[in-house]
Design a protein around this ligand. Structure first.
Ligand SMILES: Cc1cc2nc3c(=O)[nH]c(=O)nc-3n(C[C@H](O)[C@H](O)[C@H](O)COP(=O)(O)OP(=O)(O)OC[C@H]3O[C@@H](n4cnc5c(N)ncnc54)[C@H](O)[C@@H]3O)c2cc1C
Length: 442
């Protein structure tokens, strides 16, 4: 295979400008003899780990999104194209967008990320708010602010669950959303909504598993449950969500929670484009790749980041993490350069620097390094801020984020409480007002 690419041109088409696609494009861009076409359905690179902070009015949307054109403005060999890829032709290394544009190269890198997985839960796709992209985050922010506005106008709506928030999923996304929501309600809403019984607000976290933050240690499980408990968050562990309605959530243990704001952090799967190529798909619909990130029987095609099942040395696959995505992007670029030079490729080796999750103001857990040295509390919180600021793209975004974090931490007031998505905030309170039977969780 490497011989083919070495003999041909050096034009690489990359689908997706997330951590993986940008990591790959940046590495290749250092080589003037390589042409890169980077296609994304958005004109920006988004920083998903901080979306929950946009949703809970800690950061502005512009803090977590960075223009792809600006990112590559000084790289003349990178051509950024705005378009949603609808189909992929592995044989020609070509893609076609929904508006009929076609781009083909000498090699193709699929880096299209993930999408939420609702696990066919009835009503979830229609009524729950996922948190996967910037659009999701601004919609959720408007819904959170919208229910407070409605309850302020008509306090009777509290009995219809106006101030009940249900977070589905006890992984990092669910825990981070629950902690940030609790801080928003306790520190900000209680001060700003003078005439509203803000103390009536409830946050529920539901997970099928028996612990929060399953990937962390038992000590971390206990710590996160304790911190969330102190913030008043109610946990429903070991129980499945069976239905999401316009005004309620039903659980498998018979509990019904009235709510108008269900946050879905329940899982991810490959986006439709992963299945549009006829490439081998495995767990989660993701594209199965070889240890060197190429796709079997598809010469010149690579899949990286969340969209790929990347084999790990323990026989499993690497988790869907920003660090895996970024490193796999760089590794794919190095293997493409090896292909061009007629040299052998290397297997992807993941440098595991650890995992972290924020639980709210001043509280976080971190397991650092391959040996998982565990940190809790303010030290983990400070490390989390530092690591995430460094990973952000653009100096200005970092400075803006630090100003917002500092302001929020010391003043306990949020900055960007912008209700800009009226369609997400608008609620038909007559719909599903009182499903029967009702067993509101205590
Ligand atoms: C809420 C949340 C919090 C997270 N927190 C953390 C964390 O704290 N630490 C961590 O390590 N990881 C975290 N992750 C995981 C991490 O964000 C992902 O693993 C990482 O973003 C994957 O990078 P990627 O480039 O593969 O995909 P993405 O970053 O999703 O990028 C995929 C890109 O492809 C584009 N795209 C998709 N389909 C098409 C198409 N058909 N046509 C054109 N473009 C397309 C998208 O617009 C997107 O820009 C979090 C994820 C989420 C959702």
């Amino acid at each position: 295979m490497s011989g083919d690419l070495a003999a041909d041109g050096r034009h690489v088409v990359i689908v997706g400008g997330g951590f993986a696609g940008v990591g790959c494009a940046r590495r290749l861009a250092h080589h003037d003899d390589v042409q890169i076409t980077l296609i994304d359905q958005n004109n920006y690179h988004q920083f998903q780990p901080l979306l929950y902070q946009v949703a809970t009015s800690q950061l502005a949307a512009s803090d977590v999104a960075y223009s792809l054109r600006k990112l590559f403005h000084d790289k003349l060999n990178v051509d950024v194209k705005l378009g949603e890829v609808a189909s992929i032709d592995p044989a020609t290394h070509g893609v076609t967008t929904t508006d009929g544009e076609r781009y083909a190269g000498d090699a193709l890198v699929v880096a299209a990320g993930s999408q939420p997985n609702f696990f066919r839960t009835p009503g979830a796709e229609e009524h729950a708010f996922p948190l996967y992209c910037l659009d999701d985050a601004t919609r959720l922010r408007s819904r959170i602010l919208g229910v407070f506005e409605d309850a302020d106008r008509d306090p009777g709506l509290i009995n219809q669950g106006a101030l009940n928030f249900v977070v589905v999923g006890g992984g990092p996304t669910g825990v981070e959303v629950a902690g940030a929501l609790a801080d928003l309600i306790q520190d900000t809403m209680s001060v700003e909504y003078h005439h509203l019984a803000v103390t009536a607000a409830q946050i529920h976290v539901v997970d099928l598993g028996h612990t929060l933050l399953g990937a962390f240690s038992d000590k971390a499980h206990d710590y996160v449950a304790k911190v969330l408990g102190r913030k008043g968050v109610r946990l429903h562990l070991g129980v499945a969500v069976t239905e999401v309605g316009p005004g309620h959530v039903s659980l498998a243990d018979g509990t019904t929670i009235r709510t108008r704001c269900v946050v879905w952090g329940g899982g991810i799967m490959a986006p439709p484009v992963a299945g549009a190529a006829g490439l081998p798909q495995g767990r989660g619909g993701r594209i199965d790749v070889e240890p060197d990130l190429t796709v079997a029987d598809a010469p010149g095609v690579y899949a990286i980041g969340d969209v790929a099942n990347i084999p790990s040395p323990d026989g499993n696959t690497h988790p869907q993490l920003g660090s895996v995505a970024l490193q796999s992007g760089v590794a794919a670029a190095d293997n493409l350069l090896a292909d061009f030079a007629g040299k052998p490729r290397k297997a992807f080796h993941y440098h595991d620097k650890g995992i972290m999750a924020m639980i709210g103001r001043g509280a976080a857990v971190a397991e650092v390094g391959a040996h998982r040295h565990e940190l809790h509390g303010v030290i983990a919180f400070s490390s989390w801020l530092g690591v995430h600021a460094m990973l952000m793209t653009g100096v200005r975004n970092r400075i803006d984020a630090f100003v917002d974090w500092g302001w929020d931490y010391f003043s306990k007031t949020r900055g960007p409480q912008v209700l800009d998505r009226s369609e997400a905030a608008r609620i038909d309170w007559g719909e599903d007002a009182a499903p029967e039977p009702i067993t509101t969780a205590r």
